[in-house]
Ligand binder design. Structure first.
Ligand SMILES: [Zn+2]
Length: 151
């Protein structure tokens, strides 16, 4: 029997699973992952892109996790939510972009969120160049990401 979820905001992030549903609870929120058959092609495209990219973010090249941070050796770090693999459309769906392999890349949650948080999200190529410059200066992910060999 699955245990009831602990309230969000507990100091130690933790992972729970009842077999079909997975919950990763961090200070930043609760992340759900469902392994049911979904009509969306996105989970498949995301996984394909993840494999093609060697498990690294299309923007910043950080190592990502898909279903659970446990996939990364250093899963216990509380900032692991930012390294979750997300699907990123190169051409936004609102601009006619399709759910197709040639339009979907795998990006870490941090890059994805940061790009779309901007008032006018930059084009993927421009954003990638910007991210790479910041990575080179050590000003993208928190220092522990590099310390742990994930970037
Ligand atoms: Zn990234």
């Amino acid at each position: 029997m699955p245990r009831p979820l602990d309230p969000v905001g507990t100091a130690q992030p933790h992972y729970q699973s009842d077999g079909a549903r997975h919950h990763w609870i961090t200070e930043a929120g609760t992340f759900h992952h469902t392994e049911s058959s979904m009509p969306s092609k996105i989970p498949t495209l995301r996984t394909q892109a993840f494999v093609q990219q060697g498990g690294r973010c299309w923007y910043c090249c950080v190592r990502m996790w898909c279903a659970s941070p446990i996939e990364l050796a250093s899963a216990r770090h509380k900032g692991m939510a930012s390294l979750k693999c997300t699907a990123e459309h190169l051409l936004a769906k609102s601009e006619g972009g399709k759910d197709q392999a040639n339009n979907v890349v795998a990006a870490c949650w941090h890059c994805n969120r940061t790009r779309h948080k901007r008032k006018l999200p930059p084009k993927p190529e421009a954003f990638r160049a910007d991210v790479r410059r910041r990575v080179a200066r050590g000003r993208w992910h928190h220092p522990w990401v590099r310390t742990l060999g994930l970037l």
